[in-house]
Design a binder for this molecule. Structure first.
Ligand code: 5GP
Ligand code: ZN
Length: 116
């Protein structure tokens, strides 16, 4: 059983209750295209278990972030992005809007956006 919050949009994507453009998934995490892309390639990687931010996920089990980075590398390279950025926002003050740990995977010529 995974840890879920019934009010969380990313938990609803994990469970399939709301649709997403899925790029890859495994037992630990799911990756899908960001609804509002900030780079030519912009995916999100969302660990299956609901924690509010990366530090909370790491405190629960450091392997959560390791699995997420591995899936990010897989989906970036599958889309032809050998080079990419990973961004993790923590807190509303730097723009975190969804309080479920997620990695932004940014690739392509405009991958250096400062908007994330
Ligand atoms: P944050 O600002 O919290 O780091 O990033 C949240 C990201 O999730 C944003 O880039 C936003 O576009 C994306 N997002 C929010 N809701 C949805 C959704 O329902 N579907 C998808 N695919 N992306 C979403
Ligand atoms: Zn959640």
């Amino acid at each position: 059983m995974s840890i879920a919050d019934p009010d969380c949009v990313f938990c609803k994507i994990v469970s399939g209750d709301i649709p997403a453009d899925v790029l890859g998934r495994n037992e630990h995490a799911i990756s899908f295209k960001d609804l509002n892309p900030q780079a030519p390639f912009h995916a999100l990687v969302v660990p299956v278990d609901h924690y509010a931010n990366a530090a909370a996920s790491a405190a629960a089990d450091p392997a959560i972030l390791g699995h997420a980075v591995a899936l990010a590398d897989e989906v970036a390279k599958a889309a032809g992005n050998d080079d990419y950025r990973l961004v993790i926002n923590t807190g509303a003050g730097v723009g975190q809007t969804v309080l479920h740990t997620h990695l932004h995977v940014l690739g392509g010529a405009s991958g250096m956006t400062e908007s994330l």
